[in-house]
Design a protein around this ligand. Structure first.
Ligand SMILES: Cc1cc2nc3c(=O)[nH]c(=O)nc-3n(C[C@H](O)[C@H](O)[C@H](O)COP(=O)(O)O)c2cc1C
Length: 274
């Protein structure tokens, strides 16, 4: 088939989904257009049957980050081929690939590739590294290869869908999983007993009031001109403000970071089906 343009669409608070989407799109060597849904919903965007969509979103709690789906809801295809890509922090991508594929199919896309890439975990830090530095140069090469394969398939064959449910997450080892599940159950129990609101916080001594955190917050949880407060009702704990603060003034002391770092340190490979 004749290919026209590739659209790289993503919701990506800490930029790993963006990197993967860009690399896959670059691998296609088609003229590119970027659709960034991180800060605002996409407007109605109709793609033709000759276009190609590369959609990448983060995994939150084994599912697609809920806000990602709301932000990408304006996408429309007309039998347009699409790559459904979930990016996860080296633990597990759970149901996310199936969910994203179904979401795209409902909007008129034919999911011709499905993939799960590893990205540095949003809660990774120097003290508790979790998939630090990923996507690495090797991951980016993988992503480009996926883009290449995708256009080869489309150029020489017909637009044929893949079954996302067949994409399997690389195993973590039963002990790591057991420890994680035990931690989550204990955490939930503790939260019921003694409810607490955990939020990213600002170190006033480091904050220079540059306003960057307010500008890059996907939900507007930080008011411009007041980097010291975060609206608990709006914050989705995506860690964009923590990762992007040039002064290291924002931190998020979630107990998940240490548990994830301890139990999911073995690097997982990226998986895909074309
Ligand atoms: C609230 C939240 C929940 C997450 N849940 C998972 C998860 O279930 N499994 C996993 O492997 N990574 C999980 N992650 C890590 C992200 O999927 C990962 O860091 C991803 O690369 C972030 O994408 P982004 O850089 O495009 O924002 C979670 C991150 C956040 C903020």
């Amino acid at each position: 088939m004749q290919m026209n343009k590739v659209y790289a669409a993503y919701f990506s608070p800490t930029h790993t989904s963006r990197t993967v989407a860009r690399e896959v799109a670059a691998g296609t060597e088609l003229p590119r257009k970027e659709l960034d849904a991180t800060l605002a919903p996409l407007p109605e965007t109709a793609l033709t049957a000759d276009d190609l969509l590369v959609a990448a979103v983060p995994v939150y709690g084994g599912q697609v980050a809920p806000l990602a789906l709301r932000r990408l809801a304006g996408l429309r295809g007309e039998g347009t081929p699409a790559a459904a890509i979930v990016v996860y922090g080296n633990r597990d991508f759970g149901h996310a690939a199936v969910e994203l594929a179904a979401f795209l199919a409902e909007r008129g896309f034919v999911v011709t590739a499905v993939a799960a890439f590893v990205g540095e975990h949003s809660y990774s830090s120097a003290e508790t590294p979790i998939a630090a530095g990923r996507p690495s140069a090797v991951d980016c090469r993988d992503a480009r290869k996926l883009g290449q394969r995708l256009v080869e398939k489309l150029r020489w064959g017909e637009v044929k869908g893949v079954r996302a449910a067949r994409l399997r997450c690389p195993a973590s080892g039963w002990l790591a999983q057991l420890r994680f599940v035990r931690f989550v159950l204990g955490y939930r129990h503790e939260m019921k007993r003694k409810p607490a609101v955990l939020l990213p916080v600002t170190d006033a001594a480091r904050c220079v009031n540059c306003g960057l955190c307010a500008r890059i917050c996907p939900t507007g949880a930080i008011s411009p001109g007041d980097g010291l407060h975060t609206d608990a009702g709006k914050c989705i704990r995506c860690a964009a403000c923590v990762k992007d603060c040039p002064h290291g003034a924002r931190t998020y002391a979630t107990p998940f970071a240490a548990v994830l770092s301890r139990n999911f340190s073995r690097p997982k490979r990226n998986v895909w089906m074309v």
